[in-house]
Design a protein around this ligand. Structure first.
Ligand code: PEP
Ligand code: MN
Length: 364
């Protein structure tokens, strides 16, 4: 995908220094007291640099708490004045943007349920035209990287250059043990395609429960995410939304203390050693490709032979026995069986493609 975006350096609006940006605050603003107690306490931890609060909540079903509305922005502004921290809120309509700008919110974010809809994203981009406000875009609910990138493009076309991504996981039929499947390969691919775009992880909405937060946060840091957005509440058990996944300010501090922040680059000695190891890996990958080429050549011979003898390409018994034998062999070598399974399926698919082409006298 050829995507060139004009992205303002994150140091100019998001990051204070090289350490990960920590955004925290309640899932939903509920009361002045809840907002100020929570925000004043999390702000005592100097690693937190941005306050969050949900003002309008996109709920699955009607007739439950759908956010406190504009009054919450007044409390957020008070929290900002008390703590000196920047603030961010989710916006989904032109009215939300108007209210957020009126109450001096520093950063807007677009929620997962809005990113899925190009009409909505375009609408927000049209309203934001002419402003310079930073916009963070959560991934769409469905694992569609192009849709996510499209939202950045729409903002960029409207002149918004202070952009960041927020990875909050994806809806999946089988999402256990998560609330939303992380599918890390998608944000990694986003970072590969848009290397200048800061990408933050939202472990709260990926995890859905406090017990998973630390592992998900650590994984994000190990994958060089630029920061974390973590929901917090002075008393999570009475929270009106997402009670199971919010942390008290104290628990947030403990978790941040426990997270290991690794350097992206090491000492000269480290770099030399890693370079040598990487050269070995390069050689091994070449060896692997040579073996795959020899395997494909053998598959062609088998395909030819089946064709001459009028035998079907697919023989399920052979596939079953082969899979069992390889998984056992791999297991003895200590290779993860799920990995072997996926690899074999890919190799087998290629073998079927080669043989089918031979049957149909096509190039292989
Ligand atoms: C939120 O951050 O409170 C929220 C609603 O998140 P998402 O859009 O990721 O579901
Ligand atoms: Mn939430």
């Amino acid at each position: 995908m050829g995507t060139r975006l004009n992205i303002t350096d994150s140091n100019q609006w998001l990051a204070k220094d090289d350490s990960p940006v920590i955004i925290s605050g309640p899932c939903s603003a509920e009361s002045r007291d809840q907002m100020l107690t929570t925000c004043n306490n999390i702000a005592k931890d100097k690693r937190v640099s941005i306050l969050r609060a949900g003002i309008w909540k996109p709920r699955t079903r009607p007739d439950i708490f759908e956010g406190i509305g504009e009054i919450g922005l007044e409390w957020l502004k008070e929290a900002k004045e008390n703590t000196g921290l920047k603030t961010c809120v989710e916006v989904a309509t032109a009215e939300h943007i108007e209210a957020a700008l009126k109450w001096d919110v520093d950063i807007l974010w677009i929620g997962a349920r809005t990113t899925v809809n190009p009409f909505s994203v375009q609408n927000l981009a049209d309203v934001l035209k002419g402003t310079d406000i930073p916009v963070m875009i959560k991934n769409p609910l469905n694992p569609d990287l192009k849709l996510w990138i499209g939202a950045f493009e729409r903002m960029n076309n409207a002149g918004i250059t202070k952009l960041a991504g927020i990875h909050r996981g994806f809806h999946a039929y089988d999402n256990k043990p998560y609330r939303n499947l992380p599918m890390w390969e998608i944000p990694i691919e986003l970072k590969r395609i848009l290397p200048n775009l800061p990408v933050i992880c939202d472990p709260s909405h990926i995890s859905g429960k406090r017990e998973l937060l630390k592992a998900v946060s650590q994984k994000a840091l190990d994958l060089s995410f630029d920061g974390l957005m973590i929901e917090s509440h002075y008393n999570p058990d009475i929270a009106l939304t997402d009670a199971k996944q919010q942390l008290t300010p104290t628990a947030l501090k403990t978790m941040l203390d426990e997270l290991i922040i690794r350097d992206e680059f090491g000492t000269e000695d480290f770099e030399l050693k890693i370079e040598a190891l990487r050269l070995d890996i390069d050689d091994m990958d070449h060896e692997l490709f040579n073996i795959l080429k020899r395997r494909n050549d053998k598959t062609k011979l088998i395909g030819q032979y089946k064709k001459e003898n009028n035998i079907t390409v697919l023989q399920l018994d052979r596939l079953r026995i082969m899979m069992q034998e390889r998984i056992k062999y791999g297991d003895e070598l200590g290779i993860d069986s799920a990995f072997i399974n996926k690899l074999l399926m890919l190799i087998h698919k290629e073998s079927i493609r080669i043989q089918t082409n031979i049957m149909q006298d096509k190039e292989v």
